[in-house]
Design a protein around this ligand. Structure first.
Ligand code: C5P
Length: 226
């Protein structure tokens, strides 16, 4: 079986959540925070060899989680931007193929992980989970009126995990950083370098917990499922 190391950037503060605690530490299930559930999902996936979590330099909470003692979980100090945190984590990986997954997407399923990893191995090409846009899309003017409608046929919403060959991602992120490019996901770094990356249909349940509404929704989904 092809094994994957996974990098989880968790060094952000989650400003849009408006909470004093970084959002990844907010409780999702009784006694379990968002980050713990995300890490459990990855560590329980048989093809994942080890998980590297990137934490902020002043993180005091991670070591209080029982999962922090897991034998296949390692930590690194993250950076100023998400891409910096991913690069720090990536340097600690050892497998040919790697996965990068947001700390704030705890509802990732085995089916999603299977779909992504199988597509990447089958095509021998990096890829990301993504969703086709179902809404009609509007481009805004600076004053928040509608400039125009954007054709949605070719629009996909990027999710994580994103799966790449380690050396290719390392090269793309290092070059993007050297050029001062702002990349908000790993695929953007590959795009800029002209490297191919496939879109693998994911699930709407694998949303990123960003706002208090998202947290409510995730809690409701988890309570329904249990
Ligand atoms: O802010 P956003 O939700 O897009 O962040 C996505 C992920 O990147 C989160 O898991 C967050 O903790 C992480 N991140 C990071 N280092 C930063 C900024 C964000 O690891 N400097």
């Amino acid at each position: 079986m092809q094994l994957f190391d996974a990098v989880v950037p968790a060094a952000g503060v989650g400003r849009r959540m408006g909470s004093t605690v970084p959002k990844q530490y907010l409780e999702l299930l009784p006694g379990k925070c968002i980050l713990e559930l995300t890490l459990e999902k990855l560590l329980n996936y048989p093809a994942i060899h080890q998980v590297i979590v990137a934490l902020s330099a002043d993180d005091k909470l991670f070591s209080t989680l029982s999962i922090s003692k897991h034998p296949r979980l390692y930590t690194v100090t993250g950076g100023a931007e998400r891409a910096d945190s991913v690069l720090c984590g990536l340097k600690a990986t050892q497998t040919k193929w790697v996965l990068v997954h947001d700390a704030a997407r705890p509802l990732i399923s085995t089916a999603d992980l299977d779909a992504l990893t199988q597509a990447c191995l089958a095509e021998d090409c990096g890829g990301i989970l993504a969703l086709r846009s179902v809404d009609t899309l509007k481009l805004s003017t600076a004053s928040q009126t509608i400039a125009r409608t954007v054709p949605r046929e070719q629009i996909w919403r990027a999710q994580t995990p994103q799966c790449f060959k380690r050396e290719q991602l390392l090269q793309a992120l290092t070059q993007a950083s050297a050029q001062g490019l702002k990349v908000t996901d790993e695929a953007s770094a590959l795009e800029v370098m002209g490297m191919p990356c496939q879109l693998v249909p994911g699930s709407a349940l694998n949303f990123k917990i960003t706002t208090p509404e998202d947290l409510l929704l995730a809690k409701a989904i988890l309570s329904y499922g249990s």
